[in-house]
Write a protein that binds this ligand. Structure first.
Ligand SMILES: Nc1ncnc2c1ncn2[C@@H]1O[C@H](COP(=O)(O)OP(=O)(O)OP(=O)(O)O)[C@@H](O)[C@H]1O
Ligand SMILES: [Mg+2]
Length: 583
C-alpha cells in the first residue's frame, strides 16, 4: 500500500499561500505590484475592516484577455518570465506566477478584467474552487476583490491582528510601493472613507510631501551618488532632525521595494559622529546595481534580495549618504531649505595635510594657522564636478563674532551663524581621527613634565585608552598607582591647555558622555576634541575667526558637531523677508 500521495492542487495552493500571504498587507502588496507591472497609471485600493473583510484593487493597466484569465489563476501562470534565465534582471515585481492562485485559495476571490474596453471577463474563486467565467462589459484594466481572507484557514485567521494594526501594515506596504513609482496616481480608502490620495508626481520628494507633508519632505537631504556601477539616490534626514520624528526607512533595489538590514546599517554608519547613539536616521533610497549583481528570487514574499557582493553595495550606500552629510546644506536652517548654500565647492575632498593641521610654532601665531591672506579674492582648488583645475573657491566673507560665541557672516542666500565651539570641535575631531588612523602626532616635549594624580576610575580610563592617547601626543611615563607623568602633549592650537584637556577627557571617559561614535578611537577623538576646542565665551580675533572658517571648510562634515548638533545655522533671506512681510 503506497504511503505517498500527490496533494490536490487546492491543497498545494493553500500551502503555497502560507508563504506568500501572511496578512492583508501581503495581499495589498501583491495586487498593487500586479497593477504596476501592468503599467497602470491609476490604482485604487479600498479596504474594509483593515482588509480583513475586503481588499479591492482596481487599475487601468493592460488587463488580461479572456483566454488568459484562467492561466493567470493557475499556479505558475505568469506572463513575466518564460525561462529561468529571464530571472536575471527581471524588471517586473512579479515573476513566480504564484500570487493570484495563492490569494484565491484562501479567500472569496473575484477578478474582473478587460484587455480592451468593453471586452471583459469575470471569474470568481471561492477557497480555490473556480467558477465558470462570465463575460462583462468594463473598461480596460483589472479589478481584484479579496473578501474574507483566511475564512477557510482558521489557524491563520486567528493570527490576524486588530483592524487598526492590519490597516497600518497595509498602509506601510502601499507606501513603499508608492515611493518606487511616484508617477502612478494612487487612491486609498478605508471603510468607504477616502484615506489617501497621491497625485502623479515626478520625484520621490514630491511623493513624500504628499504622504507626510511638504515640510517633512522639504527638510530631507538629497542623495545622488555613483560608485562604479552602483547608483544611490533618494533622500535622507538631516542629522539635526534625526530622532525628532518617527523613524522611517524605505529602500528599493533596482526599483523593487525591499528590506535590508545591512544597507540600513550602512546608512546609519554614514551618520557616524553626526548623531548621538541610540537614534536612527530616516531614509528613502533607491540603489541601482547591475542586473546580475543581485538575486531577487530568495524570499517567499519577494521582500528581500541577495547581493553577489554585499560589501561593495553597502560601502557605496554609506559613501553616498556620507557625501550628502558633508554638504553645508545638510546643516540646520531656519526657513526654506534646499538653497544652494555652500561655502566650498560641494565634494571638495578634505585635505588632511592642509595647513590648519600644522602644529603651533611660536607664541604670536593665531589660534589656528591662518592659511588665508588678509584680503584674498579667491582661493584656488580643483573643481570636482567639472574636473577642471584652478576653479576659484569662494573667498572668506567678512566675519563678526557675536556674544563671544558665534561667528556670523552674510551669505548670498542668507545670514549664517557658526557656533565657534561646535565648529572647532568638528575641526579637531577630524584632525584627531586622521592622527589616530595615520599615526603621526605632532607632539611637544615639555620642559617640566606634567604630573597628574588620578582617581581609580580615571586611572582605569587612562589605561584602556593609553594607546590612542599616546598616538594623539600624550606620551606618558611611569604610570603606576595614581600618578601620571606626562612628557609630551599634543598642540592643536595656541590656547590649548594640555593638562586641563587630559583631566577632563579622562573624567569624561569614566562616564559615557560622548555618544554617537561607534569605535573606541572615535569616542576618544570626540572626547578630546570636545575638551580641546575653544569654548563659548572666548573672544576671537579676526585672524582666528578666519582660520576657524577655513579649517571648518576643509572638514568632511562641516555642518555637524560630534554630538548630533549643528555647527551652522542659516537664516535664509527668504525667511527674513517672510518675517518682515516683504513677501
Ligand atoms: N492587475 C493586473 N493587470 C494585468 N495583468 C495581471 C494583473 N494581475 C495579474 N495579471 C496577470 O496574471 C499573471 C499572474 O499574476 P500573479 O501575481 O499570480 O503572478 P506574477 O505577477 O506573474 O508573479 P508573482 O507571483 O511573483 O506575483 C501575471 O503574470 C499577469 O500576466
Ligand atoms: Mg504578481
Amino acid at each position: 500500500m503506497p504511503v505517498i500521495s500527490i496533494l490536490p492542487s487546492s491543497v498545494a495552493d493553500q500551502i503555497a499561500a502560507g508563504e506568500v500571504v501572511e496578512r492583508p498587507s501581503s495581499v495589498v502588496k501583491e495586487l498593487v505590484e500586479n497593477a504596476m507591472d501592468a503599467g497602470a497609471t491609476v490604482i485604487e485600493i479600498s479596504l474594509e475592516d483593515g482588509g480583513r473583510k475586503l481588499i479591492r484593487v482596481s487599475d487601468d493597466g493592460t488587463g488580461i484577455s479572456s483566454e488568459d484569465v484562467p492561466r493567470a489563476l493557475a499556479r505558475h501562470g505568469t506572463s513575466k518570465i518564460s525561462k529561468a534565465s529571464d530571472l536575471v534582471g527581471v524588471s517586473t515585481f512579479g515573476f513566480r506566477g504564484e500570487a493570484l492562485p495563492a490569494i484565491a485559495s484562501v479567500s472569496q476571490f473575484e477578478i474582473q478584467t478587460a484587455a480592451a474596453d468593453g471586452e471583459g471577463t469575470s471569474i470568481r474563486v471561492t477557497g480555490g474552487q473556480i467558477s465558470p467565467a462570465e463575460r462583462i462589459a468594463r473598461r480596460r484594466g483589472t479589478t481584484v476583490s479579496v473578501a474574507q481572507l483566511f475564512y477557510n484557514v482558521p489557524a491563520r485567521l486567528k493570527f490576524l491582528r486588530s483592524a487598526r494594526s492590519e490597516w497600518r501594515s497595509a498602509v506601510e506596504s502601499l507606501t513603499a510601493l508608492a515611493l518606487t513609482q511616484p508617477s502612478v496616481r494612487i487612491h486609498l480608502s478605508h471603510d468607504g472613507k477616502n484615506a489617501l490620495t497621491l497625485p502623479p508626481v515626478s520625484s520621490v520628494r514630491s511623493r513624500l510631501g504628499a504622504i507626510w507633508g511638504g515640510r517633512y519632505a522639504e527638510d530631507l537631504l538629497d542623495v545622488d551618488d555613483v560608485a562604479g556601477p552602483i547608483h544611490t539616490s533618494g533622500l535622507v534626514q538631516r542629522p539635526a532632525d534625526v530622532g525628532t520624528s518617527t523613524r522611517r526607512g524605505f529602500l528599493s533595489i533596482n526599483g523593487r521595494a525591499v528590506r535590508d538590514a545591512g544597507i540600513a546599517r550602512a546608512v546609519e554608519s554614514a551618520y557616524r559622529s553626526t548623531i548621538v547613539a541610540g537614534v536612527r536616521p530616516s531614509f528613502f533610497l533607491n540603489v541601482t546595481v547591475p542586473a546580475d549583481a543581485v538575486d531577487v528570487n530568495v524570499h517567499p514574499a519577494k521582500a528581500e534580495v541577495r547581493f553577489r557582493d554585499r560589501w561593495t553595495v553597502e560601502r557605496a550606500v554609506e559613501t553616498a549618504v556620507r557625501r550628502s552629510l558633508g554638504t553645508l546644506d545638510s546643516g540646520a536652517s531656519l526657513g526654506f531649505r534646499g538653497s544652494s548654500f555652500s561655502f566650498r565647492p560641494v565634494d571638495l575632498p578634505p585635505n588632511p595635510d592642509s595647513e590648519i593641521l600644522r602644529p603651533r610654532n611660536d607664541d604670536d601665531s593665531p589660534l589656528f594657522v591662518d592659511n588665508t591672506t588678509a584680503d584674498d579674492g579667491a582661493e584656488y582648488s580643483t573643481d570636482v564636478s567639472t574636473g577642471s583645475v584652478a576653479a576659484p573657491a569662494q573667498p572668506i566673507p567678512p566675519l563678526f563674532q557675536l556674544r563671544h560665541t558665534y561667528v556670523a557672516f552674510e551669505h548670498e542666500d542668507g545670514l549664517v551663524l557658526i557656533d565657534q565651539h561646535s565648529a572647532h570641535e568638528r575641526v579637531l575631531y577630524e584632525q584627531f581621527m586622521h592622527t589616530l588612523e595615520s599615526g603621526a602626532a605632532p607632539a611637544q616635549r615639555l620642559l617640566l613634565p606634567l604630573t597628574l594624580h588620578l582617581g581609580p576610575a580615571e586611572g582605569e580610563a587612562f589605561d584602556s585608552n593609553r594607546e590612542y592617547l599616546e598616538r594623539l601626543g600624550f606620551e606618558v611615563e611611569g604610570f603606576g598607582g595614581h600618578t601620571l607623568i606626562v612628557n609630551t602633549v599634543p598642540m592643536p592650537h595656541q590656547r590649548f591647555d594640555a593638562e586641563r584637556c587630559l583631566r577632563e577627557t579622562l573624567d569624561s571617559l569614566t562616564g559615557d558622555r560622548v555618544a554617537g561614535a561607534a569605535a573606541k578611537h572615535e569616542r576618544l577623538a570626540a572626547t578630546v576634541a570636545c575638551k580641546a576646542a575653544i569654548k563659548a565665551g572666548e573672544e576671537l580675533s579676526q585672524g582666528e575667526m578666519r582660520s576657524l572658517f577655513a579649517a571648518l571648510r576643509d572638514t568632511t562634515l562641516p555642518a555637524h558637531d560630534v554630538h548630533g548638533r549643528s555647527t551652522i545655522v542659516h537664516l535664509t533671506w527668504d525667511e527674513v523677508e517672510r518675517r518682515f512681510g516683504r513677501r
